[in-house]
Design a protein around this ligand. Structure first.
Ligand SMILES: Nc1nc2c(ncn2[C@@H]2O[C@H](COP(=O)(O)OP(=O)(O)OP(=O)(O)O)[C@@H](O)[C@H]2O)c(=O)[nH]1
Ligand SMILES: [Mg+2]
Length: 321
């Protein structure tokens, strides 16, 4: 006779904040996107891509993980960079769990030491994530784990590939074990905390980062000046042309800020070619995001030392909403 199933005690629902911390370019934003299964943060191969903290919310039947993607930890030389680091500090204060991410392809250096010093004061549990394992030989992993394991009292050490998705299921399971028992904070549909304006500005910034080199990634910012929503006019059928029903249209005016005149030249490119590429790639992504036709107008403005100008930084931050 089949045995009657004993009722299993339901696992309590867990909710908490999980801060992603690490040097620039270690793959924090890539991990956020992979864990959420969609793009919420821009990614590039240039350091200091992320400039403000971004929430990424994952809600399942087990709990709600509120990831905080952060700017990479670096020595701040401008007001902008001090603000970037302030995001990191606040996220550490909020976090129930800290994920320290390092890049398996890079040797431990001064920068990593700086991050460790910062985390020594943290009383919350910390995991060490060794990212980009797809780029290193398997046999190098054990010695690497060995060399890191005593640097801080890590609760878990998890080798992952944020890009390929390796070991992310295991990571997610481990995260739940360290979150407090609590009801969800955000509704099931909420995925991030970014305004439409901010997302649009980030799309343009990502295209710039993909195409420019040297100091330009650090010295450019994007401000969305206006977003106007309307409809493309209806066209009645004429001759062999069928009628067109009204389609949504969004007109966006954006401004790229640079610090020097010659940078403006680089962003515009020969006969405007660079700006055309950036604009057309950004427009396509915006059309997908807004499910609408987009007219995108981008201008480039020189504003010396904007990275130290309070009012410009406020304007950029206000876009996040
Ligand atoms: N091969 C490989 N590349 C990765 C992996 N994770 C991230 N990358 C690449 O590393 C680069 C940096 O990724 P980001 O996610 O922008 O890094 P980040 O830590 O958010 O960088 P900042 O925002 O500048 O602090 C990009 O070119 C990614 O494609 C990985 O697991 N494997
Ligand atoms: Mg990032």
């Amino acid at each position: 006779m089949p045995r009657k199933k004993t009722s299993q005690k339901a696992r309590p629902y867990r909710t908490g904040y999980v801060a992603l911390i690490g040097r620039p370019n270690t793959g924090k934003s890539t991990l956020l996107n992979s864990l959420l299964g969609r793009k919420v943060a821009i990614v590039s191969d240039k350091p200091q891509t992320t400039r403000v903290s971004i929430l990424g919310i994952k809600t399942t039947e087990l709990g709600q993980i509120i990831f905080i993607d952060n700017p990479g930890v670096h020595k701040p030389l401008h007001l902008m960079n001090r603000r970037m680091m302030n995001y990191v500090y606040s996220s550490l204060e909020m976090a129930d769990l800290v994920l320290l991410m390092i890049d398996a392809t890079r040797k431990f250096g001064h920068g990593d030491q700086y991050v460790l010093e910062m985390l020594k004061k943290i009383t919350r549990p910390i995991f060490l994530l060794i990212n980009k394992v797809d780029l290193v030989k398997k046999e190098s992993m054990l010695p690497m784990i060995d060399s890191y394991k005593d640097l801080l009292p890590f609760k878990e050490i998890v080798p992952i590939s944020a890009l390929k998705g390796d070991n992310l299921d295991r990571l997610e399971k481990l995260i739940y074990d360290y979150l407090p028992e609590a009801e969800k904070i955000y509704s099931d549909e909420e995925i991030s905390d970014q305004s439409e304006k901010f997302l649009l500005s980030e799309i343009i910034r990502e295209k710039i980062l993909n195409h420019v080199e040297e100091e330009l990634p650090y010295t450019t910012a994007v401000i969305i000046r206006s977003i106007e929503k309307s409809e493309l006019p209806v066209r009645p059928a004429s001759g062999r042309k069928p009628a067109l029903s009204p389609r949504p249209l969004v007109r966006i005016q954006a401004e790229i800020l640079v610090e020097k005149e010659n940078h403006k030249g680089i962003i515009i490119g020969k006969k405007g070619s660079m700006l055309k590429t950036i604009g057309s790639e950004a427009r396509q992504e915006m059309e997908e995001m807004l499910k609408s036709k987009v007219f995108l107008e981008i201008s480039v403005r020189v504003r010396e030392r904007w990275r130290d100008a309070e009012e410009i930084l406020d304007l950029i931050e206000e876009q996040k909403g």
